[in-house]
Design a protein around this ligand. Sequence first.
Ligand code: ARG
Length: 410
Amino acid sequence: MNYTNAVAAALQGCVDLPIEELEGLLETPKNPSMGDLAFPCFKLAKVLRKAPAAIAAELKEKLILPAGIEKAEAVGPYLNFFIEKGQQAQTLLTKVLDAGEAYGGSNEGQGRHVVLDYSSINIAKPFGFHHLPSTAIGNALYRIYKHLGYEPVGVNHLGDWGTQFGKMIVAYKKWGTKPVEEYGIRELVDLYVRYHKEAEVHPDMDGEARAWFHRIEIGDEEAVSLWKQMKDATIREVKKTYERMGVRFDSWAGESFYEDKMAPVIDELREKGISKLDQGATIVDLSRWNMPPCIILKSDGSTIYATRDLAAACYRKDTYDFAKLLYVVAYQQDLHFRQIFKVLELMGRDWVKDCVHVNFGMVSMEGGAFHTREGKVLYLDDVLDAAVEKTYEIICTPGSRTWSSATTRS
Ligand code: ARG
């Protein structure tokens, strides 16, 4: 039902204006408690030579309400209309039920790819409650795009590379009690927390950790095997949580996947004169755009998170030829993505216009944000368990709001 049209038609009975013009005048009140549609009477004031508020009051008396509109109220110069919600819900639900799964669908995407980077958890770290927004929003967008005929590609851009794996190996070597593959995420996190506690008193451990990570980088058999086992153990466990939430991914290509795909990007930046050396590091100066430089290579020659994201964006374009690339990541990374997008633009990648950072507020718990190192963690599985328990409790309590509204439905 087109409410705007119905209200405009009703107004036409009292106001001498064409229906299109009346439709154009109808607004949506900013505050929903003021109604669903508002008719401002300023324009009529001139013609009728009356105060807008008086016109609104008069119209309220004269107007015959169309079907589907519960009431009209004159508030100052506006005449506000309230849609009858029960009927609206019934009409909508009937439509939804009739259409079934197809409701709201279309083929506007026509097989075009949309790459969605969401959840993107970190290996050997907790699958924490703070990953829920990215997981849930990303998964919802995935389903919406699919429903619109696109071919979505869900990517879990795993944080599976970096010095933290050197730390994990040091901790495991010192305190490990069984094969790595038998470790669960919580045990791995305990090792990580213990490492940070000990490293405060024994700072030389950090040197050891860097050396272990270097061994992973150069492909040392033992180091790579330990790293891989930690990764596998984490993935095995998180897959269960994802399954529980009905979330899926088409690709688990994480940061390590781009190890051998960064060189061409680094070379191109150098050759095109986009990057420059600065105190031994390779950077892209972004001061013209009021941003700090984007670091490509640290002074020790190692790549960083940003280098991997540049390579990942190019890889995704080459592989999926996406119509859109969405990064569902908390707003704390706003600057990071602005830098990445600017560097891609400087590289002449005109498809960067199709890249969007879908940001949202970060979740924190009482007493501040989450800090894995300090053991300040809220596991997503525990939150899901609590949610299920709570919901079950409500369902089983006769007289609770959910129960009574479900049973009094006519
Ligand atoms: N692993 C990162 C984090 O937990 C998020 C990665 C987001 N995706 C990306 N392509 N940078 O902060």
